[in-house]
Design a protein. Structure first.
Length: 306
């Protein structure tokens, strides 16, 4: 059976979202018995080594961006570290599906931030969709109610850090290879784990924990590689909405592995966030015309990261 470009793109996007969710699941599981910073360090060592190998195989790698690219990459790397830290701490304390639902607001947040910082044109329809989407986020975190989870604020902090990261990414020129940016981010997150271990210590690693770390690393790499492959096939209007499959996979993994399901308000809020996110994608495509998938997915709002 020969798949069309759109179907291949949809399959690859689903693989990427599943891989990122499996990475999150493995990290949540291993952090229940291993100090979080130790898990971050071990995963980072494996991931960084793999990224260096992949980058070396693809050609010469310039690891030291200079000038404005160097400054923007430094800001991006710092934001990556803070985004990873806030996300993983929140992940250890709250249900996977709830945190994933909060993270689905990222495309809305990046669209709004790009309009404020770079003066990107944004019409009233998308602005209204963003406002409605953030109302959906409020339904998920439920501030001022008995169902409020203070750890969800760390999830929102992670979204804010990813927004900074992605806006900085937009300012890094094409003279700096994507592999360079990825290697620096992975290395910085690993070093953050090493620093954190000074305070939390090191524990013996069991076979179960080693396998979970390897699973997290492998899925993180598969996720990144799948996103790169997605850029080469399909139409943005068909493929991009499949990024929200991450929420489905998070709900499924949360139930199968941790025995947890989101409550009704979280489901309603997540549905609002996803619907408004898809609408903003559609409006942006309508504004640009039938944009190639590669250029659309190179927009920061489609990036992933844990």
């Amino acid at each position: 059976m020969i798949l069309s470009d759109n179907m291949r793109g949809a399959v690859l996007m689903n693989i990427a979202m599943l891989a990122f969710t499996l990475n999150d699941t493995a990290m949540k599981a291993v952090s229940s018995t291993m100090p979080l910073f130790q898990a971050i360090t071990l995963r980072g060592l494996v991931t960084t080594a793999a990224l260096l190998a992949i980058a070396a195989a693809s050609g010469p790698l310039r690891l030291w961006p200079t000038g404005r690219d160097g400054r923007m990459n430094a800001i991006r790397t710092l934001a990556e570290v803070l985004a990873t830290l806030t996300f993983l701490v929140a992940l250890t304390q709250m249900p996977l599906a709830n945190l994933s639902a909060i993270m689905q607001s990222l495309p809305l947040a990046v669209t709004l931030a790009a309009a404020l910082v770079f003066r990107d044109q944004i019409g009233w329809r998308r602005l209204l969709a963003i406002a409605v989407g953030f109302c959906g986020v409020l339904l998920i975190i439920k501030p001022g109610t008995d169902g409020f989870d203070r750890w969800s604020m760390l999830g929102l902090a992670s979204v804010a850090c990813v927004v900074v990261r992605d806006l900085a990414t937009r300012e890094v020129s094409r003279n700096t290879a994507s592999a360079t940016v990825a290697v620096w981010a992975s290395l910085a997150v690993t070093l953050m784990g090493v620093v954190g271990m000074i305070f939390t210590g090191w524990a013996p690693v069991s076979l179960r924990e080693a396998l979970l770390i390897l699973a997290a690393s492998a899925n993180l790499i598969v996720g990144y590689m799948s996103v790169v492959m997605v850029m080469r096939v399909g139409d943005i209007g068909f493929v991009a909405p499949f990024r929200y499959m991450a929420l489905f996979w998070a709900i499924l993994m949360g139930f199968l592995i941790f025995g947890s399901l989101p409550d009704g308000w979280t489901v309603i809020g997540a549905a609002i966030v996803v619907a408004t996110g898809i609408f903003t994608l559609w409006r942006e495509r309508h504004r640009r015309g039938a944009a190639p998938l590669a250029s659309a997915l190179s927009d920061p709002k489609f990036s992933q990261g844990r």
